[in-house]
Ligand binder design. Structure first.
Ligand code: NAD
Ligand code: MG
Length: 299
């Protein structure tokens, strides 16, 4: 019998949906609201305990997936949050902004395409203006399209993957750095693809390896300034990135099956890692990559 001081023990095996999933193609970038099953971003489950009270967070790709889970958790931990996303994702973003307000925090949406330096500069300036500063920067937006042969990757596609996943974090961080006070954190979303790249994610995997080097180098550069830099390397997570071309539709049917847990992760299962890395309690963690991959992969 459970009393009020106990939480039921939850098995990771049957906590969330398992394959097979139905095929469900969407145009890039895809909407979480159109996925089947709808991903769990912690809307009903994440409980805060004041870990980020008064903090000011900018999260790219905060409308859906892993970024949405981080945004909900940050707000419930007491942070005000700006999310960036593409204009086509406004309906997903509106759901997140409503949840941030429900948590009693300020939430702002700044839509726009981060593949140009001009917009990245504008995003950071506007975010700092709305929040009254920034002390948590989460470079999480990402572009992933599976292509079987290198011969079929056009320069334009290669460029979009590089601009979104490598240049944008550089531009955004460069613009934010002069504004970040001592004690701030920068968090990157890398991937197991950095360590064990799939044959059909040739360009994407390279960008995720670049995200690891970003963390390791910048942590050394910014340690003496009192700014921590860490990353998260997820395995397969149920998000629109995957269903809108990140995987071929055949692979969506079995998505996550190869993990020892036999299923994909849900964004909600990663939220506490983003909270931990942002919290000043983790003050000796910098230059680290935290894994959450259901038992396979690195680090
Ligand atoms: P997602 O589709 O929910 O989030 C990605 C977001 O990136 C989109 O919501 C979109 O707002 C943003 N984005 C893409 N191109 C953009 C552009 N040009 N301008 C502005 N925003 C843009 O999917 P997700 O899986 O939560 O992705 C978040 C991060 O997680 C990505 O960096 C991805 O590489 C990484 N990741 C995902 C998985 C997975 O299995 N889902 C695994 C490892 C790493
Ligand atoms: Mg989205």
């Amino acid at each position: 019998m459970l009393n009020q001081n106990q939480k039921p023990l939850v098995s990771p095996l049957d906590k969330y949906p398992k394959p097979p999933f139905v095929k469900q193609p969407q145009e890039v970038p895809g909407l979480a609201s159109k996925m089947n099953p709808i991903p769990d971003h912690g809307e009903k489950s994440y409980k805060g305990s004041g870990r980020l009270l008064g903090r000011k967070a900018l999260i790219t790709g905060g409308d859906s997936g892993i970024g949405r889970a981080a945004a909900i958790a940050y707000a419930r931990e007491g942070a005000d949050v700006v999310i960036n996303y593409l204009p086509q994702e406004q309906s997903d973003a509106d759901e997140v902004l409503a949840l941030i307000e429900e948590a009693g925090r300020k939430g702002f949406g700044i839509p726009g395409d981060i593949t140009t330096e001009d917009f990245c500069k504008k995003l950071v300036a506007e975010a700092a203006d709305k929040l009254g500063g920034i002390d948590i920067l989460v470079n999480n937006a990402g572009h992933q399209q599976a292509v079987d042969s290198l011969l079929d990757i056009s320069s334009a596609n290669f460029d979009t993957t590089m601009k979104t996943n490598v240049y944008a974090p550089f531009w955004i961080t460069k613009a934010a750095l002069p504004l970040l006070p001592e004690g701030s954190v920068i968090i990157a979303t890398s991937s197991v693809q950095a360590y064990d790249p799939s044959e059909n994610l040739f360009d994407y995997a390279q960008t995720k390896a670049a995200n690891v080097a970003f963390v390791k180098s910048l942590a050394k550069q910014l340690g003496p300034k009192g700014i921590r830099v860490n990353g998260v390397a997820p395995g397969p997570v149920w998000t629109p990135l995957q269903t809108s071309g990140g995987q071929p539709q055949d692979a969506i049917v079995n998505f996550g099956e190869v993990t020892p847990l036999g299923r994909p992760g849900q964004p909600a299962e990663l939220a506490s890692i983003y909270v931990q890395l942002a919290d000043s309690d983790a003050s000796f963690a910098t230059g680290q990559i935290y894994g959450a991959a259901g038992g396979n992969g690195h680090p």
